[in-house]
Design a protein around this ligand. Structure first.
Ligand code: ADP
Length: 411
């Protein structure tokens, strides 16, 4: 019988660490979990394995290293097969700047480059480096691979990524649009090509990733040619707590006339705006839908603005794409909310979009497939799976002399 071979996928945030052991051949997660409130007074870890859920507090102020330690000493020690079958560690890395257009095997030069990109993602890249260091200590025999959120968007043309600012800001400081969620947009692009039976290098898509963070990407011939997030994840669509696009003059007004310090403006735009800011109720789409049904005016307005702005972005992506093979909804909202999808499509009636009402209602909880009415532009729901992309990329980059390498390459 063939020996199994798996990838440990790590996603280190500023105060959290998500982990999963994933089979790169089918995306199945054998173990998944999260360390939360790291560095704070009550950090905790929770995980799921073989259908059983567990949770445990960690010592006060425990950080990323403690989570990896717990994973090895407490969780994997009970499941020795999971540990011995590991072949690689795949790290989600938020920002690779212009240095990385593909996933790479991590060495000192890659660590230095991730560090150099820290100015562009100050909350994330330093946390990724902590995770890489801790994982290298815990699994010294395993190769580590970095998979960048920005990589898929490195194919954008200059006219899509240069801001209309003095060019020296780009040349001297790298200030440009980079885009995020690339791993998710790449996953749905590959999956849409399979569903529609089109060659990957010929498919044109509009991919809408709608979660707490939200972004939309124009994919031409299988490559990103425009996306809504920019230098940071703040640009673009309305999100759970982020404003998305605003008039930059607003920032000056907040500073000059309302005397908001820069930190407060930062917090206002990133944490107090979006669905939460407009509704004055919640950033959670489910909660807003329930409140809207009962007539809550803030919830109604928040959902309307979310959908209107998204529909405008979708229409604008006909400019780079010309022909569109499919519009794809993904992310927690895109995969589950028939209400949001219906509202967005209603705004796009002028472009011929119509939904098959029943199919739209049924597409939730991991269901995949078309939701458009016959003879209207193809609209798909595709549940994203970023961990699978990370596991696949990691498996593909494992050097041949690594333990378990043979099992990865045998089908
Ligand atoms: P993250 O960006 O944190 O990964 P997710 O992709 O999990 O976020 O998406 C979270 C969002 O998805 C929340 O706004 C949540 O309310 C929404 N969501 C999840 N399930 C449903 C549902 N059944 N109906 C409407 N919205 C949903």
């Amino acid at each position: 019988m063939q020996k199994p071979s798996h990838v440990l996928v790590l996603n280190c945030g500023s105060s959290s660490l998500k982990f999963a052991i994933v089979d790169p051949r089918d995306g199945r997660a054998l173990l998944s979990g999260i360390g939360e409130s790291l560095g704070e007074s009550t950090p905790r870890i929770s995980w799921k394995c073989e259908g059983r859920k567990n949770q445990q507090p960690l010592e006060q102020r425990s950080g990323h290293t403690a989570v990896i330690h717990f994973l090895v000493e407490q969780i994997l020690s009970q499941q020795p097969a999971l540990k011995t079958d590991l072949t690689a560690i795949g790290h989600r890395v938020v920002h690779g700047g212009e240095k990385f257009s593909h996933s790479v095997l991590i060495d000192q030069a890659v660590i230095n480059a991730i560090n150099e990109c820290s100015a562009l993602a100050p909350l994330h890249n330093p946390a990724h480096l902590l995770g890489i260091e801790a994982a290298a200590k815990a699994f010294p025999e395993l190769p580590q691979i970095a998979v960048f959120d920005t990589a898929f968007h490195q194919s954008m043309p200059r006219h899509a990524y240069i801001y209309a600012l003095p060019y020296s800001l780009y040349r001297d400081h790298g200030l440009r649009r980079y885009g995020m969620h690339g791993t998710s947009h790449r996953f749905v692009t590959e999956r849409a090509a399979e569903i529609l039976n089109l060659p990957l290098n010929e498919i044109n898509l509009i991919s809408a990733h709608l979660g707490n963070g939200a972004s939309i990407t124009a994919v031409k011939n299988g490559q990103s040619v425009d996306t809504s997030m920019g230098l940071t994840p703040l640009e673009g669509l309305v999100m759970g707590t982020r404003s998305g696009d605003v008039d930059p003059g607003l920032l000056m007004h907040l500073g000059n006339h309302l005397a908001f310090p820069i930190q407060q403006i930062n917090s206002l735009l990133n944490k107090e705006s979006g669905l939460l800011g407009i509704s004055e109720l919640s950033n959670d789409c489910r909660e807003l839908e329930e409140a809207a049904e009962k007539g809550h005016t803030g919830a109604l307005l928040a959902l309307e603005i979310f959908c209107y702005r998204l529909a405008k972005y979708i229409a604008s992506y006909y400019v780079p794409l010309g022909d569109v093979d499919a519009l794809v909804f993904t992310g927690g909202i895109g995969e589950n909310s028939s209400v949001i999808r219906q509202k967005v499509i209603d705004y796009l009636g002028g472009l011929g979009y119509r939904l098959a009402v029943e199919r739209n209602l049924q597409a939730r909880f991991g269901e995949e497939g078309p939701i458009s009415a016959d003879h209207s532009p193809m609209t798909l729901v595709i549940p994203t799976n970023e961990e699978w992309v990370i596991a696949r990329d990691a498996a593909a980059l494992v050097p041949p002399d690594t333990p378990n390498h043979d099992a990865l390459t045998r089908e």
